[in-house]
Each structure stands twice: as C-alpha cells, then as structure tokens.
Design a protein around this ligand. Structure first.
Ligand code: ADP
Length: 484
C-alpha cells in the first residue's frame, strides 16, 4: 500500500451517482505497479448495469447543474483545482505507482491536469451568445449556447489525470454532467480525483467514475440515448469502433486518437536545441504519448552531428523505478507494449536499420526498456507507419525540404508535428504545409491548457483545452422572435 499523506485518497471503490460503490456481483480487477509487478489494490469490475445507473443519476442531476450560474459552477471547479494542488504529492505518487512515469513527470502532470479546472472555471463565465442582423425589420435573431447534456468520457492510461480533467472540466463548466471510464490499468488517479471532486462540492450524479469491463461500460455509454456526447482519448482503432457504436444514437464525438509525429531537423537548425527538443518529445513518459516524436527526419548535412549529440544525451537518461530520485525513464506500461517496441526494432533491423544506442530490454527486467536510437531508418519499416509508443528514436535521412514534407505528410495520422529551423521563410512554409493539428516549431513541448489540442486525418476530431475546448460540450440554439 502506498504511503500517502492523506490515505483516504486511495479509493478502491467506484464513484457512482455521488456514492462509493462495488460491482453488483462484487467482482474486482487487480491494479499492479509496472515497476515492480506488485499488486497495488483492486477496483470494482463493473459492467453495463452499473453504467446505466450512473447515466440515470447524471440525467437526474443535469437540470439543477445547468441552472446554476457559471459563477457558482466556477467556484466548485476552482476549489477542485486548489484541492488537487494541495494534494499534488499524493496524486503524483499514486500516478507513478500505477503508471510508472517518474515522480517529477507525475508532479508535472498533476499541475497540468489541475490547470484545466482553473482554466475552464474562468472560461465557463465567458460562454457568449450572439444577436444577428435580421433579414426583415419585424424579426430578431438570437443565438444562445446551451450545455449539450449528459456526457461520457473514456480515457487512457498514459496520462491518468490530465486526459480526464481535459474533458471533465469543460463539461462541468458548460453545465453538463459526465460519466467517466478511466483506463483499467490506471484507475486510482481517477478515483482520487473523484474524492477531491466530492470535497470540492460537485453535486451527486454530476460526476461518476466507473471502473471495470471496457467493452461493457463503453458499449452502454455509446448505446444509451441519454448520453448526448462521448469524448474519447485512445487508439484510432478503438476510436473507430466507438464512433460506429455511437452512430445509432448520433452522439456528438470528440476523438483524440493516435499520432505518428514527424520531428524534422533542417540544416539551419540550432542542433543543440533540436537535441533537447527531441529528448523532451521522444522520451517523455518513455515515449508513450500520442504527441511523441515517432519519426525523426534529419537533413543530410547535420545527420551525423545530430545523431552523435542525441546519443550523448540519451546516454545520460537514467532508467529505473519512477519513485527513485534522479530516474527519468520508468518502465513501459505492460508486457504487450514491450513486445511491440521489440517487434518494431526487429523489423527495422531486418530491413537495414542500425542500432546506435540501446535496442533491447533493460537489465532491470519487468517492462523496463533501454532508451534506443536507430540509424538509417526508411519508409519501408513498420515504425515509419505505426505508432511505436516506446523509447525508440528512429533517424531518417533526407535531402530537400520538398522531400521531407512529402514524407512527413505520408501518414494516416495528423496530430502533432515538430521541426527545427531558423530561416523565417522556411518556418512559415513548413508550418503551413504540414498536415497536423499541432505544430511545434523549435520546441518539443506543446501541451498546455491555453492552446487547442487535437488532430486532423485519422488522429481524430474536436479540440480540447483552450477557449475552443468548451464548444465540444455546447450546442447552439437559434431563437427567432417574430412579429416585432
Ligand atoms: P491505448 O492504446 O491508450 O491503450 P485504447 O484505445 O486501447 O488505447 O484504450 C483507451 C481507453 O479505451 C481505455 O480506457 C480502454 O479501456 C478503452 N477501451 C478499449 N477497448 C474498448 C472498447 N472496445 N470499448 C470501449 N472502450 C474501450
């Protein structure tokens, strides 16, 4: 059991309609620490019936929650933000234990996660309608924005807190209740936040957290007509399935799906800055983020220098249990993830790639993997087309700007992209031509609550965070006043 300052933040029950609950049949799922393989605890293994009850509770809570003033809702969200910051150490420890990321990264994520409550508490006060010029003098045309209704969220394990608040905060600020299913691998962060939400004064039914069978819970969230909107972060494959399941009830969808981010280093780049950006973008969370650099394209003239400097920087990364000081690379989330990384490396090497650094499981065992750099990578290799989701930096060589834009855009995904260059005309040209929802120019870190996060192509639809993030939880109503 983790040693928390506030032990009541470790919740082993789900939070359904404002009460802590077990599964109807009392079955549970075991949650383990990927760094040690030890059991951390259990959570209820719920299914469709419990989900229906949470949705009903949300439906009942909706009228009162939407009637509150934005200022009243903001006070609750603001309090939730403050409580998360007060308990940041405990939340970070729980996250590292269930997810594996180093404690410093967990602390960073807790702050990032909390920032969505702070931000949307304010944004909720700025939901503004419009009065339009009518086509004839006896009409008045008004446009108002209303909460869409009961929402559902399904979230992944790679950001156990931030992917939740990025959905829950705008939903609640807009006046919508929301039912959440966190990833089964990392439910404790979600449940700790529910505990803090209750303390912050979130009314019963406005927020529920269901743990358990993803297919059964997901199936009900998609099929239930009371749910008007589903927000999902996860793989493109599951995103497609959920979209299909939402078709019969025509739900509004926000989908934050996979990425295959290109990271381009041009001849005129500041190479040291590019190395620093590549380390931040590639190895954060052991490469397990949907905006991680997945394909690193380096221009011919600086290829060798960049590879050498990157290798030196990777050599300094310390692999270990994320709770230990100085560690900046934890374990991968599970064995399946390690196998995918191994397969991508084997495939690349069999087609002519060379391992510059790492390339295999780490001596620490479990799911630890050596931070890896591959040279001479080509578009024929799997890691050029698929998201690796691990600590592997594949270096491609390119000659011209035209060529690299084509390579970068030759992907079904379009979430994040990055490039390093100094020529201002090139910066504009490339930023405009790259097909992605997010472009990092001379930086490897692009996520914050102020900017719109989201992708194009098969990376999904909708934007989270920012002043645009609330739109996904609102619907427009046009009111026509006649006989004026
Ligand atoms: P990842 O690659 O991040 O594991 P997944 O798309 O597999 O992404 O999972 C993201 C979330 O989707 C998790 O909460 C998982 O439990 C859930 N999920 C996975 N399969 C389904 C499904 N068939 N129906 C509903 N939810 C699912």
């Amino acid at each position: 059991m983790p040693n928390l300052n506030d032990p009541s933040l470790l919740r082993q029950q789900a939070y359904l309609g404002g009460a802590w609950a077990d599964a109807d049949d009392a079955s549970t799922i075991t949650v383990t620490n990927p760094a040690t393989g030890e059991t951390l605890g259990t959570v209820p293994h719920m299914g469709a019936l419990e989900t229906r009850r949470a949705i009903e509770a949300a439906g009942k809570a909706w009228p009162e929650w939407r009637r509150k003033s934005a200022k009243e809702r903001a006070a609750v969200l603001r309090r939730w933000y403050e409580l998360m910051m007060e308990h940041a150490d405990d939340l970070a420890l729980l996250m590292t234990l269930e997810q594996g990321k180093p404690l410093a990264e967990s602390r960073g994520e807790v702050g990032y996660a909390a920032s969505f409550f702070e931000w949307f508490a304010e944004q909720g006060k700025r939901i503004e309608g419009d009065i339009l010029e009518p086509p004839s003098p006896n009409l008045r045309i008004l446009v108002t924005k209303e909460p869409i209704g009961v929402c559902a969220a399904i979230t992944p394990w790679n950001f156990p807190a931030a992917m939740i608040t990025r959905k829950v905060a705008p939903a609640l600020a807009a006046g919508c209740p929301i039912v959440l299913k966190p990833a089964e691998l990392t439910p404790f962060s979600a449940l700790a936040m529910a505990e803090l939400g209750e303390r912050a004064g979130v009314p019963k039914g406005v927020f529920s957290v269901l743990t358990g069978d993803s297919k059964a819970i997901g199936g009900e969230l998609c099929a239930n007509p009371t749910v008007r909107k589903l927000s999902f972060t996860g793989s493109t494959q599951v995103g497609r399935l959920l979209m299909e399941q939402c078709a019969p009830t025509l739900k509004k969808l926000s989908l934050e799906l996979g990425g295959n981010a290109p990271f381009i280093v041009f001849d005129d780049a500041d190479i040291d800055a590019a190395v620093e950006g590549a380390i931040a973008s590639k190895y954060r969370n052991m490469g397990q983020t949907c905006v991680c650099a997945n394909r690193i394209y380096v221009q011919d003239g600086v290829y060798d220098a960049f590879a050498e400097k990157l290798a030196a920087a990777v050599g300094k990364l310390k692999v270990g249990n994320g709770v230990e000081p100085g560690v900046n690379q934890g374990p991968l989330i599970e064995e399946k993830a390690v196998r995918k990384v191994e397969q991508h490396i084997e495939d690349a090497v069999s087609k002519g790639a060379r391992v510059l650094v790492g390339g295999k499981r780490h001596a620490l065992g479990h799911t630890f993997f050596e931070p890896t750099i591959l040279l001479d990578v080509t578009p024929a290799m799997r890691l050029s087309n698929e998201e690796t989701f691990g600590p592997v930096a594949p270096l491609f060589r390119f000659r011209t700007e035209e060529e690299v834009i084509e390579l970068a855009n030759a992907s079904e995904y379009g979430l994040a992209s990055y490039f390093y260059a100094r020529d201002i005309r090139r910066v504009w040209r490339v930023a405009e031509r790259i097909e992605s929802g997010i472009v990092g120019v001379n930086t490897g870190l692009i996520s914050n609550e102020i900017a719109p996060f989201g992708g194009v192509k098969q990376s999904g639809m909708g934007r989270e965070g920012s002043k645009y993030g609330m739109d996904d939880y609102l619907v427009l109503k046009y009111i026509c006043l006649g006989g004026m």
